[in-house]
Design a protein around this ligand. Sequence first.
Ligand code: PGA
Length: 251
Amino acid sequence: MKKLIAGNWKMNGLEAGAVSLIGEIGSKIGAEPEILERCDFLVCPPALHIHVVKHKIDHDHIPVAIGGQDCASTENGAFTGNVSAEMLKDAGCAYVILGHSERRSLHNESSAYINEKAARAHMQGLTAVICVGEQEDERESGNAYDVVAKQLWESVPKVSNAATTVIAYEPVWAIGTGKSATPDDVKAMHAFIREKLQENLAESANMRILYGGSVKPDNAADLFKVDNVDGALIGGASLKADQFLGIAQAV
Ligand code: PGA
């Protein structure tokens, strides 16, 4: 299975910067096309930049998929400030990140709510990248596995399969901190997630499990060697084309 190298640009940059970033990513992939035999690429710009980034991707034939960072749990309607799965699809998205820890904590999103969003994404044919991961105190108190199992059980629709869903394990304490989980911790958690997916879902075979949390070019090779690590969800390092591609080169 190819690794999915996914960039979560979060709420960073302005339009011109988004266009030049995807342009640089495109040039770097163009200079090294064999990387596409090992990696699939995805970028998730801020919602307002999806159109210009998608335009650049299409115009320059850049082999990178595009996704949203969130979607509404409902169909279109009177929901001020929301962006629907249908709108993302219409804008050319193939993916949407759901349940990122920043949304779980800063926007109080529950797993049940994320499950509704995932169902909406699935209805529109978007692949949902559903994030799970424990907080630092939950890991320290030995509850990381219980927390992740509960998030998986409640957030991931039971009809999910490898085409409609990607799981991203992102320990919250590793996000944006420079403190990545160790390959041993990742190995144990990804094996556990694989097992839970098999228990919970009828069609979990080949579902990708990404690792996220301070992935950089210099720790990527060790993480990608770990069983059941099928790619990475990258925040900070996805904002620099050389780092984003440096991570892919580690595959
Ligand atoms: P980071 O973010 O790579 O900056 O740690 C990862 C994420 O939040 O998806």
